[in-house]
Design a protein around this ligand. Structure first.
Ligand code: M6R
Length: 606
């Protein structure tokens, strides 16, 4: 979704801003713009990609201070006028804004009554005019920002620069902003990922914070009136390259990174001798773990699918009741929270607004939430204050792949850890730990010999719809496969537990309908075979994901085999061919595989 990047220092700002925007591109956006301050402001805005903005920039844009933005339209169509930055009428104030100003209609009317005519349809532009008006009262940019945000309802990450003041003022409420401190230079970004090429020293702004920056100072003056120090956090190096390298697309690169991503996720967290998991970030004693009344997991999209697998593993291995929730539905349903229970917020970006609001709901009601998060220092990770980083490295394709496998691995380690304090024997624990250790290698083995993926692609690419079926632990894998194909290739996809198929989805089947079955060699496989027969009897074309050497292969029209795997861990392996089918189908259909239409990498609005 929208992204902010800003710079002030001694260097020429424009190339730094453009590079910053490039690093935010993966989040999804529809227009981009920059404003640079020299003797006066110059503003460039363009719908489309950052490359298109770049193509209208003159060779040398002078100025050492600037703000930049990628916009994902909410208020107003996708147009150059609606793109950020937005200037006040006098031209003295320029802002970029992430979030939604809920009372923008009222503010527009008030501004129009004062004779200010707005040049865009956005909610954000109102901020520039109000800030300018407030600045004219006492010529103090920080105080003006205080008075401005006190008039706003909604969410914001705002970054403002001023014609007559050599400061940048930022404000945060519900939309992330991070200050990067260099040597006599400052960077601001809505995403830590865009800062790390410049500096590891960052200040995570909190809701209610207002920060006034020069190139060598940060002054925090939160809305609550209690001034505070700018707390500098030193970001640890994350593994992984943010560049494409030899891969044509990030999605493919990230599919292939799964073995390494998993190695980073499990490294130091497996105790082979005791057959146990060792998740350091869980602030729960073995006694507390042994007494857990239940576990609730929250997530959206892929994270929700991983949470469903976590639910199954926690129940089956740890024998603790568990349930996975869709974050966006959680708060709405006024859930009862047990303070003794454990809650997990599962999120790659750590910025998903629906999951964040579920976390806050639990905390308000006295519950504890642990994060299962990829992006270090993200809002959800900090809001939870405890949990497990999954260490997938930067994931830039909108379609999540390597984060899914690491979320499942992290939840499996948790299930083993709780299971060992309750019901699982050392020997069973050791087998699971060994199974986890083998998975990276098994994915490598599969990736070297992927099977007839292109045959599957040909079977689905022109289909009216594709049905994904699996049972038990493979039911959420079916959901994940359907989500992947739908989001990158725009094919309507339906996922069901295989046993439920006969209660409705079977009506869709006609001669040649593609049905993708996920059927590892586990205790529900025979039941899946019955569902295959029911589909075949209606003329369906069966694409079967199964384990190597399994006679179930006789049931498929297109058989994709994966190496043999511990049955509790099969999702980490069976999902890989589904990711590849989605990827190659999107390419066949000429879709923008890394940035599918209408989607954003971090969905920061509810
Ligand atoms: O960053 P999160 O894991 O919280 O994101 C949740 C979903 O928005 C995300 O998984 C989305 O469904 C992906 N595009 C799936 O590939």
């Amino acid at each position: 979704m929208c992204g902010i990047f800003a710079y002030m220092g001694a260097k020429v700002a424009t190339p730094i801003l453009v590079e910053g925007l490039r690093r935010l591109e993966y989040r999804g956006y529809d227009s981009a713009g920059i404003a640079v301050k020299d003797e006066s402001f110059t503003v460039y805005k363009k719908i489309g990609k950052v490359a298109e903005l770049q193509s209208i920039l003159p060779d040398n844009v002078p100025g050492n201070v600037g703000i930049a933005h990628t916009r994902w339209a909410t208020h107003g169509v996708v147009s150059d006028e609606n793109a950020h930055p937005h200037a006040s009428v006098s031209g003295d104030v320029i802002i970029v804004h992430n979030g939604i100003i809920e009372n923008s209609r009222t503010l527009r009317t008030l501004l129009e009554k004062k004779g200010i005519s707005l040049s865009s349809e956005t909610d954000s532009e109102t901020i520039a005019h109000i800030l300018d008006y407030e600045l004219s009262r006492d010529n103090n940019p920080t105080a003006a920002m205080h008075r401005t945000v006190s008039k706003l309802h909604g969410t914001w990450g705002i970054c403002a620069i001023f014609q007559n003041h050599d400061v940048m003022v930022c404000a945060r409420n519900g939309s992330p902003l991070i200050i990067g401190k260099g040597d006599n230079e400052m960077f601001i970004s809505s995403d830590p990922h865009a800062l790390t090429t410049h500096t590891q020293r960052v200040v995570f702004m909190e809701d209610g914070d207002i920060a006034t920056l020069t190139s060598d100072s940060i002054s925090m003056s939160p809305l609550n009136g209690i001034n505070k120090e700018a707390n500098i956090t030193v970001l640890e190096d994350e593994w992984g390259e943010a560049e494409l390298g030899d891969f044509p697309h990030f999605m493919l690169k990230e599919i292939f990174e799964q073995p390494d991503a998993l190695r980073h996720c499990i490294s130091g967290r497996l105790d082979r001798v005791r057959g146990n998991g060792r998740l350091g970030g869980l602030k729960l004693s073995p006694l507390e773990l042994s007494k857990l009344p239940h576990v609730r997991l929250l997530g959206c999209g892929t994270a929700r699918n991983a949470a469903e697998i976590g639910q199954i593993l926690i129940e089956s291995l740890a024998r603790v009741p568990a349930v996975a929730h869709i974050s966006s539905e959680f708060r709405t349903n006024d859930p009862v929270i047990d303070p003794q229970a454990l809650h997990f917020a599962v999120s790659q970006s750590g910025e998903t607004a629906d999951t964040l609001s579920a976390v806050k709901e639990i905390q308000i009601k006295g519950g504890q939430v642990h994060g299962i998060v990829n992006v270090v220092g993200s809002t959800i990770a900090r809001q939870c204050g405890q949990g497990v980083y999954i260490h997938s490295g930067p994931e830039q394709a909108v379609a999540s792949t390597k984060a899914f496998s690491n979320m499942v691995a992290a939840l499996a380690m948790f299930a083993i850890q709780v299971g060992r304090s309750r019901s699982i024997s050392k020997e069973r624990g050791q087998k699971l730990i060994q199974g986890l250790q083998q998975i990276p290698h098994l994915i490598e083995e599969y990736l070297e010999n992927q099977g007839p993926i292109m045959e599957a692609v040909n079977a689905v690419k022109n289909a009216k719809s594709v049905l994904f079926l699996g049972r038990g632990i493979s039911a959420p894998v079916a959901k994940e496969g359907a989500l992947k194909l739908m989001e990158v290739a725009y094919i309507p996809c339906l996922a069901y537990p295989a046993g439920e198929m006969k209660h409705g989805p079977i009506a869709l089947l006609e001669e040649g309908s593609p049905v993708i079955f996920i059927a590892p060699n586990d205790h529900v496989k025979q039941k899946t075979v019955s569902a295959i027969h029911e589909c075949r009897a209606r003329g369906a074309k069966i694409i079967l994901i199964h384990e190597k050497g399994d006679s179930i292969s006789e049931e498929g029209d297109i058989n994709i085999e994966v190496p043999n795997v511990h049955s509790d861990l099969s999702p980490i392996l069976t999902v890989v061919p589904l990711q590849l089918i989605a990827y190659h189908t999107a390419l066949e259909l000429d879709c923008d595989v890394d940035r599918p239409r209408n989607l954003a990498k971090s969905v920061t609005v509810e």
